[in-house]
Write a protein that binds this ligand. Structure first.
Ligand SMILES: Nc1ncnc2c1ncn2[C@@H]1O[C@H](COP(=O)(O)OP(=O)(O)OP(=O)(O)O)[C@@H](O)[C@H]1O
Length: 611
């Protein structure tokens, strides 16, 4: 039994909170910015005026200041607990997006926020979420009050970490739902009691339909990070289903560096009279100012040589390398590791267990190294001091380019980005260089004298490690598949490559022969035996069994016949092979045990946390 003095202290604490909430509510109401307004530019005199009646805390009882103009977190109408959390985490001055979005979000308005990568959008929604629940006096017994949707579990984990830091002194329970299917039961046991849930739409929906007593009818605030991606067609069904189960009266905040402008998308989440906040709309570039961007025309068969030479010449850098498929990431990582470039190598992709990914990110943060990754980490991943982002494979579109390069030059730091572009995909370069794209990218000529040729060395590695040969073959096939499945045919068109390109690309991967791939078209739901194999004749005629011939019909499905189950039947509209919707182990077959870079599986699920 609690001793009386504890009860007295608890009661006094509650009363103090109630007083604070009353004061905050009055302050928020009295000083709220007019709709559609932006904060004034920061000038020295404006800064000095803070706290003296312009944007500081209330001067006297009943007298409130406008907070739309302030520059410091301390000057906002925030609870002491949030201010203490911010101070402890080292956040003092607001970034542009925070200055612009927080005053509107704090007074309960819906916000559609856009700002460059690395500009601090996370705090622009974490703070209002904490404050909303605090002012509503949300308690553990009230269940879920805030949902944050993120496109993948890694980003969910990262957002959760920010909640943990800033919400340290609050009493909410929160969790990032980041586990695999095995952890579902464990999640079910706690999810109903979490106040703040950070998760992917797929996993949330799964709980909505399978977890007894999991009720989101009281949700006060819905946040969608990377909103353009989460509202994209890949998540459409899931998001619509989730939103249909949330109350209509709620606050909604959408953020992204490349924001959706589609009215239809916005209608789907029923934004009410939202504030459109795009702090960098007038900026001359869509990418961070401190980012140097280069592109290099590199033939497909020279990409690995170029990558290797780059790594060897940047052994004192922290470099993030993007490749287009899991198989490529694994292959390049394994082979380069065997060739010992003189800098630690790591690899990361969406099929790894969450804890393994976390450990790899932590190691990458610690030491100068090269991290090979799929696009699962193109968005949101916040690692300080990444020196270089290298895109070995062409990004699917301009938005993806912006997010990939945005992994460096974060929050006023400097950074560099380099993209390899095959001559066959040069159209992408034109698109990036177009005035409206606002991407200052410079063409760099490859220095062929310094280019190390490593195909022979890779071939030797493959002889020594036959399982890598299989992996190389799969990397080859999945690369072609990823190009084939891209929707932008102006950029991605396999027919622009010729047989020699493919043969030398295979040789550059150290493969003794070009893998035999047949692209077969067939009508939907037509049994395999009736499929029209258009290439057999051509292949026989040319007597080249490794012929790759592509001749898809507009409505045709693609079959890659290489006896590799998980690439045999690519999902069409859900073409992103790296997409993580929280259901990865349902969508994709388990990896074979030959996967050498994943640690033993642990059952990971949620990471609940009581603030
Ligand atoms: N006011 C601030 N003062 C100091 N550092 C900040 C501030 N706001 C954010 N940061 C830091 O800036 C970095 C980038 O922030 P954040 O990840 O929120 O960017 P973002 O805009 O969401 O980027 P992306 O679009 O790539 O997801 C983080 O390390 C964060 O801690």
């Amino acid at each position: 039994m609690r001793r009386p003095q504890f009860r007295v202290a608890a009661k006094q604490g509650r009363l103090r909170e109630a007083d604070e909430i009353r004061l905050l509510e009055a302050w928020i109401d009295a000083g709220k910015p007019a709709r559609g307004t932006k904060p004034p530019p920061i000038t020295k005199s404006a800064s000095a005026a803070q706290g003296k009646g312009k944007g500081g805390a209330p001067k006297a009882a009943g007298e409130y200041t406008e907070y739309g103009a302030c520059t410091l977190f301390d000057e906002l109408p925030l609870s002491k607990k949030t201010k203490d959390g911010l101070r402890k985490a080292g956040f003092k001055e607001m970034s542009e997006i925070q200055r612009a979005a927080l005053p509107h979000a704090l007074c309960g308005r819906d916000v559609l926020g856009a700002a460059k990568t690395g500009s601090g959008k996370t705090l622009a929604f974490v703070i209002p979420a904490l404050e909303k629940l605090y002012r509503e006096r949300w308690g553990p017994e009230d269940g879920p009050g805030c949902i944050v949707l993120s496109p993948n579990k890694d980003l969910a984990g990262q957002i959760f970490d920010v909640f943990k830091k800033v919400g340290k002194f609050h009493g909410f329970s929160a969790g990032a739902i980041v586990g695999n299917r095995k952890g579902l039961d464990e999640e079910k046991a706690v999810i109903t009691s979490l106040n703040i849930l950070v998760c992917t739409p797929g996993r949330l929906l799964q709980h909505m339909s399978e977890t007894t007593n999991f009720d989101c009818a009281q949700i006060q605030i819905l946040v969608i990070d990377e909103a353009d991606q989460v509202l994209d067609k890949k998540f459409q069904e899931q998001v619509d289903n989730v939103v249909s189960q949330l109350p209509r009266v709620r606050q909604t905040l959408l953020f992204s560096a490349t924001q959706t402008k589609s009215v239809k998308d916005l209608a789907r989440v029923s934004l009410k009279d939202p504030e459109y906040i795009s702090v960098h709309e007038e900026a001359s570039t869509a990418t961070p100012d401190n980012l140097e961007q280069y592109a290099m025309i590199v033939p497909i068969e020279q990409k690995l040589n170029m990558l290797w030479s780059f790594i060897k010449r940047h052994i004192d850098s922290r470099t993030l390398v993007f490749l287009s498929s899991v198989k490529q990431v694994k292959f390049v990582y394994e082979v380069f590791k065997k060739l010992r470039p003189g800098i630690p190598l790591k690899c990361m992709h969406g099929r790894m267990k969450y804890e393994v990914q976390q450990a790899i990110v932590a190691e990458f943060k610690e030491s100068k190294s090269v991290l090979f990754s799929t696009d699962i980490f193109a968005r949101g991943l916040d690692i300080e001091n990444v020196d270089w982002v290298v895109q070995v494979d062409c990004p699917e579109n301009i938005a993806l380019y912006i997010h990939r390069v945005g992994r460096t030059a974060r929050y006023n730091k400097r950074g560099k980005a380099l993209m390899f572009i095959c001559p066959e995909e040069e159209r992408m370069l034109e698109k990036l260089k177009a005035t409206e794209s606002k991407i200052p990218i410079y063409i760099k000529k490859p220095n062929t004298e310094k280019l190390e040729q490593i195909s022979q060395n890779i071939a030797a590695v493959l002889v020594k490690f036959p399982n890598l040969q299989q992996l190389g073959k799969r990397a080859f096939v999945t690369y072609l598949k990823s190009v084939y499945l891209q929707s932008d045919k102006e950029v991605f068109d396999l027919s622009r490559f010729n047989m020699e390109n493919f043969a030398s690309y295979a040789a550059s991967l150290g493969l003794p022969v070009t893998p035999k791939i047949r692209f077969v078209r067939h009508k939907k739901n037509v049994p395999k035996k009736y499929m029209e194999d258009i290439n057999v004749k051509q292949m026989k005629r040319s007597l080249k069994p490794e012929v790759i011939e592509i001749n898809p019909r507009a409505d045709g499905n693609l079959i890659v016949d290489d006896e590799d189950d998980d690439i045999l039947y690519p999902k069409e509209s859900k073409a992103d092979v790296n997409m993580d919707d929280g259901l990865d182990d349902i969508l994709y077959p388990k990896e074979s045990t030959a996967d050498t870079n994943t640690e033993p599986e642990k059952v990971t699920q949620y990471v609940p946390f009581n603030f």
